[in-house]
Write a protein that binds this ligand. Structure first.
Ligand code: TXA
Ligand code: MG
Length: 350
């Protein structure tokens, strides 16, 4: 298949170009497009065939449900039933934006889109290109992240081209995304709203709007690796670079010393070594490929660069990768959730 690359201005997309992509969606085709979180791989959410094609293109297990992207609150009402009052409160506060709500579904969205579940994940993205595409196509768009299943999520069009060129009809190139981590998923089908995947919208922000919010014990990290996460996608090995990634945690001086020791050991055994550092620490490492993820004091920059850095480690061919830890104040949970999964929870405490 020849994949059309459609370049647009992310802030003011040319509507004629968006229409080309919208026509593809209307005919059951697949289009990758930028959102404020990561790039999505879109198809008509009401078309079971389009959903099947999305699973095939990504190599994704078909029991892992897709997120339905909308451009108006009334579409949430159209595809759900028994909407709790929190749906309105949270959407008023955070939509359009990087939050996905899990609600009970009615019959409008087929089970092929929801991985056989009776609930549906819904998000109203804020990115102008995503918005224009939903509007112009007249479709609600089912879209997982536009990466090959298991690889880091795509934050640039080049990442999507790398994974999906030749497998889908079109890719809208709107440059790098803003946030770089996937949306916060909030399950509204439980007694208390529950975070199934942490993201830019954190627990404190949600609690200000709806009071008590729980976190799915299955995503709480290293102590809870045996608990099964509720979101099917959080159960799979994910985000993984090809090299063996380990996180080194502790006081900065000790972390630097340990990473240098491990890097030397790795290099002496003939392995290609990669180091994920920060602007503050990058000059203290002298072995292998050192990539700065950003300024340690700017957690949004770290989030924005994380998946790109993991992909760069693959490009370099790193076989052993050592990363510093990034438990930053606001979105550290979201960053470390991805990094720990990428590292298969291998943490070295110093
Ligand atoms: O930011 C995002 O959410 C991006 C952009 C493209 O919108 N999308 C994204 O989709 O990250 P995906 O498919 O990579 O991740 C969706 C996650 C998966 O972990 C999936 O299992 C979970 O949402 N999910 C979807 N529907 C669900 C449901 N009904 N119940 C529980 N989890 C659900
Ligand atoms: Mg994904």
């Amino acid at each position: 298949m020849n994949t059309q690359i459609i370049k647009v201005d992310p802030e003011h997309p040319d509507i004629e170009k968006i229409r080309i992509a919208a026509e593809i969606l209307k005919k059951g085709g697949l289009v990758a497009f930028p959102t404020e979180t990561v790039y999505g791989l879109g198809g008509d959410a009401e078309d079971a065939g389009a959903s099947k094609a999305i699973y095939a293109a990504k190599g994704r297990p078909s029991d892992n449900p897709l997120i339905v992207h909308i451009c108006d609150y009334s579409q949430l009402e159209k595809i759900s039933k028994d909407l709790p009052p929190e749906a309105k409160k949270l959407s008023d506060a955070f939509w359009p934006g990087p939050m996905t709500l899990i609600v009970n579904k009615n019959g409008v969205i087929p089970h092929e889109t929801t991985g056989g579940l009776d609930t549906v994940a819904v998000r109203f993205p804020s990115h102008p290109v995503a918005n224009a595409l939903i509007r112009e196509s007249g479709c609600m768009i089912a879209a997982p992240s536009a990466n090959t299943s298991g690889r880091p999520s795509p934050t640039k069009a080049e990442h999507v081209i790398h994974d999906l060129n030749g497998k889908i009809d079109a890719i809208i190139d709107g440059g790098p995304v803003q946030i770089g981590l996937e949306s916060t998923i909030v399950d509204l089908t439980e007694e208390v709203p529950t975070i199934l995947r942490p993201g830019y919208i954190n627990k404190q922000m949600l609690e200000k709007v709806v009071g008590e919010v729980k976190v799915d014990p299955g995503i709480l990290g290293t102590e809870n690796v045996h608990v099964r996460p509720k979101a099917p996608g959080m159960r799979y090995k994910h985000y993984a670079p090809k090299g063996d990634l380990k996180i080194v945690s502790g006081d900065q001086d000790k972390v630097i010393a340990e990473i240098n020791r491990l890097a030397e050991e790795g290099e002496n055994s003939g392995k290609k070594v990669g180091i994920i550092a920060t602007e503050e620490t990058k000059d203290f490492y002298h072995i292998g490929k050192v990539i700065s993820i950003g300024d340690r004091t700017d957690e949004y920059e770290i989030a924005h660069n994380l998946f790109d850095v993991l992909r760069k480690m693959d490009e370099y061919g790193a076989e052993l990768i050592y990363s510093e830890e990034f438990s930053t104040p606001k979105i550290g949970n979201a960053i470390m959730n991805r990094l720990l999964k990428a590292a298969a929870h291998q943490v070295i405490e110093v």
